[in-house]
Design a protein around this ligand. Structure first.
Ligand code: HSE
Length: 438
């Protein structure tokens, strides 16, 4: 039985996907049932790495999503529009959809999955999070027996590459970013990556699956890596940490069935060198999932790139085809959705405000180098219930001292109140580095 594919986009991932489809030998035998029927591109004249018959290509993307012969639409164009509208059109035309588009899924999951449920079609998104790493299906299926407490990871390769090089070379952010752009590791406009937005899209998708509810992306706290300095990396290193951009979704430990809060956030974090996520370097991604009864499980691998992302795309296509074959495709048959492959939740999760987060902090302060300064800082922290694990004067420059503080677990709101008050102390010149500690 042949399943006809309409592919939207023949960029990096689209090309990787076609390469797999054209070379099924030695892979899952079901691949031979996938037939590329139409490929939607922006320009017909562009030179391409894969050779396809000219009549397969079209610039009319609408004709693909409405083509009655096509069973499955694969959206690999990226961006919000027209990708979102084409996905919705394809669903309404009764087509299953595979997409790698994290931006669309994290923002429009409600309308997309509602439409898909109504139409009885599957929308599969394995490639939208962490490229080639299987994490969506594992969360939906293999870990389904667990009560998930926390999902956290390094889900953006560009920022991990930049932080790894800053760590290894003692270089500052701007310098490494410029080099990463020249080498093609960072985009000309690096905003989505370095400001944490790409990671926020991904953790919103993972959180929805882990905690069985929708997530409002605008409620996800997001802080990028632009403010990380070589100095903070060096001090973190001396204290036994590396700095990683972590995306974290966790259930409030005090949560009850009636009062179930999640905290979903992206921020640079000091991670102890002994922690498994501290060892993930360069462009690699990793996701650590903690649940009961499994304990911890970590997924590691390439988070982007043509081959790895296409691996996830094609595995979604195979999953759909496998399910359709198992269920039979008689015309009269009402669609029966596989509950572990479709969206089963409609409600939105409650996200707690970041000020309620309990976390440890690292702070670097520039103060006057005078008697009693550390005492004043300690008093200010104490007045706001911020308990310190360590406070050290690391350096002095003329009349100024550089002081590094690491706190115990404190309420985020209290810590910021203490900092706010401290900024008004005469002895405090500047607080240039504030980071959370895992
Ligand atoms: N820009 C992403 C990253 C890859 O740097 O990891 C695609 O999600």
């Amino acid at each position: 039985m042949v399943f006809k594919i309409g592919l939207l986009g023949l960029g990096t991932v689209g090309t990787g996907t076609v390469e797999i489809l054209l070379d099924p030998q030695g892979r899952q035998p079901l691949l031979q049932e996938l037939m590329l029927h139409r490929v939607g591109v922006r320009s017909l004249d562009k030179d391409r790495r894969v050779e396809l018959p000219a009549d397969l290509l079209t610039t009319d993307l609408n004709s693909i999503v409405t083509d009655p012969e096509i069973d499955l639409v694969v959206e690999l164009m990226g961006g919000l529009e027209p990708a979102r509208s084409l996905i919705l059109q394809a669903i309404r035309a009764g087509k299953h959809v595979v997409t790698a588009n994290k931006a669309v899924i994290s923002r429009y999951s409600e309308e997309i999955f509602t439409a898909a449920t109504e139409q009885g079609v599957y929308v599969m998104v394995e490639a939208a999070v962490a490229g080639g790493i299987p994490v969506i299906q594992p969360l939906k299926q293999c870990l389904g027996a667990n009560r998930i407490h926390r999902v956290m990871g390094i889900v953006n390769g560009t920022t991990n590459y930049i932080l790894t090089r800053m760590q290894r070379e003692g270089a500052d952010f701007a310098e490494v970013l410029a080099d990463a752009q020249a080498l093609g590791y960072a985009e000309a406009d690096p905003t989505a990556d370095v400001d944490g937005l790409d990671a926020a899209d991904k953790i919103a998708i993972l959180a929805a699956l882990a905690f069985n509810g929708r997530i409002k992306l605008e409620e996800v706290y997001c802080e990028g890596i632009r403010k990380i300095t070589a100095t903070d990396i060096t001090y973190a290193d001396q204290l036994g940490f590396v700095i990683k951009l972590l995306a974290i979704a966790e259930r409030d430990p005090q949560a009850t069935a009636d009062n179930d809060w999640l905290c979903v956030r992206v921020h640079p974090t000091l991670v102890a060198k002994t922690h498994p996520l501290a060892t993930i370097n360069q462009v690699y991604n990793a996701i650590l999932i903690e649940g009961e009864p499994i304990g911890q499980v970590m997924f590691f691998g390439p988070g982007a790139g043509a081959g790895p992302t296409a691996s996830a795309v094609v595995s979604d296509m195979l999953n759909i085809v496998g399910m359709l074959q198992a269920q039979g495709t008689g015309e009269a048959q009402a669609p029966v959705m596989h509950p572990l492959m479709s969206c089963t939740h409609q409600h939105y999760c409650q996200l707690s405000p970041l000020k309620e987060l309990m976390t440890r902090f690292y702070a670097r302060l520039i103060t006057q180098d005078a008697p009693g300064v550390i005492g004043k800082l300690g008093t200010c922290f104490g007045d706001h219930q911020v308990s310190l694990e360590s406070i050290v004067q690391i350096d002095s420059h003329g009349e100024l001292a550089e002081i590094v503080v690491v706190t115990h677990q404190v309420r985020e709101g209290n810590f910021h109140q203490a900092l706010e008050e401290m900024q008004h102390l005469e002895v405090v010149e500047q607080i240039p580095g504030v980071l959370r500690v895992l």
